[in-house]
Design a protein around this ligand. Structure first.
Ligand SMILES: N[C@@H](CCC(=O)N[C@@H](CS)C(=O)NCC(=O)O)C(=O)O
Length: 203
């Protein structure tokens, strides 16, 4: 049995979204996004840093949202929602899948820390401004790649549950706007219109 350790408004939505898209059966351990739940001994036994998502599959336990996605696709859906290695879209799939945690999430983390997490007297406007500019710059190649496409590689894939999730977060942070990123704004709306995505974001 698959169990997803989850908290709302977090990267765990990516894993939930993928489970829903694939129609898999799973249990959801819904925690609060609070130190009480995430830094408990029980959760630290699953993730030493007390973070989410964590996926358990009987006696297997794995963390890192990208690794969880790969694990689910390979072990439970025979590579579904992922192009085969010989598919011409495969390199682009890998690129956007990893661009998420590699390029886009670091500035998002900084913005979240300097707006929502730190007390106001410890928030640094300069650091936040730098992160906002870097985040906007990081989205430019994705906006350019979306010309003529509904999803990152054309058809919907697991890369959309990664980078698409970060796109929706960036929209909520006010970086992806209709004016600055028209194609990504439309992409975010298209993703949220998918029942699995809507369910993951509202869970
Ligand atoms: N690279 C990791 C990041 C995991 C991570 O930092 N998750 C955040 C939620 S989005 C978290 O658990 N934060 C709680 C904390 O930092 O205490 C992944 O992709 O799973």
């Amino acid at each position: 049995m698959l169990t997803l350790h989850f908290a709302p408004n977090s990267r765990a939505s990516r894993s939930l979204w993928l489970l829903e898209e694939l129609g898999l059966t799973y249990q959801l351990n819904r925690m609060d996004f609070s130190p009480k739940d995430l830094k408990s001994d029980e959760h630290r036994a699953r993730h030493p840093l007390g973070r989410i998502p964590v996926l358990e599959d009987d006696d297997i336990s794995i963390y890192e949202s990208g690794a969880i996605a790969e694990y689910i696709l390979e072990r439970h859906k025979n590579g579904g929602l992922k192009p085969a290695p010989e598919d011409p879209c495969f390199p682009e799939y890998l690129q956007w899948f990893h661009y998420c945690e590699g390029m886009v999430m670091p500035p998002i983390n900084t913005i979240v820390v300097h707006t929502l997490l730190l007390p106001p007297d410890r928030q640094d406007e300069t650091v936040r401004g730098q992160a906002e500019r870097l985040l906007a710059k990081s989205w430019l190649p994705v906006e350019a790649a979306m010309v003529g496409k509904d999803y990152l590689i054309g058809d919907f894939s697991a890369a959309d549950t990664m980078l698409g999730h970060a796109c929706i977060m960036s929209q909520r942070l006010g970086i992806i706007t209709e004016e600055a990123f028209p194609l990504l704004s439309a992409y975010a709306a298209r993703l949220l219109a998918r029942p699995a995505c809507a369910k993951a974001f509202s869970a």
